[in-house]
Design a protein around this ligand. Structure first.
Ligand SMILES: C[S@@+](CC[C@H](N)C(=O)[O-])C[C@H]1O[C@@H](n2cnc3c(N)ncnc32)[C@H](O)[C@@H]1O
Length: 251
């Protein structure tokens, strides 16, 4: 059976329909901030490669996939606690990856770590989705999600509305073998995201939405507790240029 990273790419291509749709959004912010770019939770390098970014992920199999895609600078680390010598003009956290950190403390730790790796004037760009928006039933039973190239995927969803958690149950089948996993994600709307950003001394300076997906750009600022992120003064100038709380569609 294919590796989890290969199954991830298969799912992107055949079920999620996600390949380069979000690239233009990150490339546009990178064009304003300049480089270098760090992508947290980079996976198999779908965006890392075209952005020419440094990729960080906790999973060796995913990093091997990114290497096969041509990403040269890869770091194996936990995005809640990493320490790199380099500082970045843009830290990207695409495709709902912040939502894998289901505890507030973990999500805030990740955002703070991102802030501490920003160069003066640097920005954080991320995407989040509210998987429970519009949902009325607590579970969506097993469905066939895709079948291609000898792989079949069935999936089901469970919503814990009170805790704002959604679990995606997956079952891949290929050549008589089966791989089952359960991915738990927190749900975030823009108000919930803004509260997390605030706890990491980040302010939302750009927001665009498509359905229940939000693409956000944030910059460091001085926190109420007096904490001064390293890049705050230049960030505020760029924040003005990026203050686009519009309702534009994601690229
Ligand atoms: C949905 S994939 C996103 C991949 C890529 N950013 C993209 O847009 O295609 C989520 C990734 O997060 C990684 N991940 C999960 N928890 C992590 C953690 N604590 N630190 C670093 N990476 C993590 C997983 O290994 C996986 O590659």
């Amino acid at each position: 059976m294919r590796s989890p990273a290969e199954l991830y790419d298969w799912e992107l291509a055949h079920v999620a329909g996600r390949w380069h749709q979000d690239l233009a959004s990150y490339a546009a912010v990178a064009a304003r901030t300049g480089g270098p770019v760090l992508e947290l939770a980079c996976g198999t390098g779908r965006l890392t490669a075209p952005l020419g970014a440094v990729g960080l992920d906790v999973d060796a199999d995913m990093l091997a996939g990114a290497r096969r895609r041509g990403v040269r600078r890869l770091v194996r680390a936990d995005m809640r606690r990493f320490a790199l010598a380099q500082r970045f003009a843009l830290v990207a956290l695409p495709y709902n990856s912040l939502q894998l950190l289901v505890d507030d403390a973990d999500a805030v730790a990740c955002l703070r770590c991102a802030v501490s790796h920003l160069a003066p004037g640097g920005m954080l760009a991320l995407e989040v989705t509210d998987f429970q928006a519009g949902a009325v039933r607590a579970s969506v039973g097993v469905e066939l999600l895709g079948r291609a190239d000898g792989v079949t995927l069935h999936g089901a969803l469970e919503h814990d509305f009170s805790r704002r958690l959604t679990t995606y149950h997956r079952r891949f089948e290929e050549g008589g073998e089966t791989r089952v996993d359960h991915v738990m994600l927190r749900c975030l709307d823009w108000a919930e995201l803004e509260r997390l950003l605030e706890r990491a001394c980040l302010r939302l300076v750009g927001l665009s939405e498509e359905g229940h997906r939000l693409f956000c750009v944030a910059s460091p600022h001085q926190c109420a507790d007096g904490h001064q992120p390293p890049s705050a003064p230049a960030a505020s100038r760029r924040a003005l240029a990026l203050a686009t709380r519009d309702r534009a569609r994601l690229a």
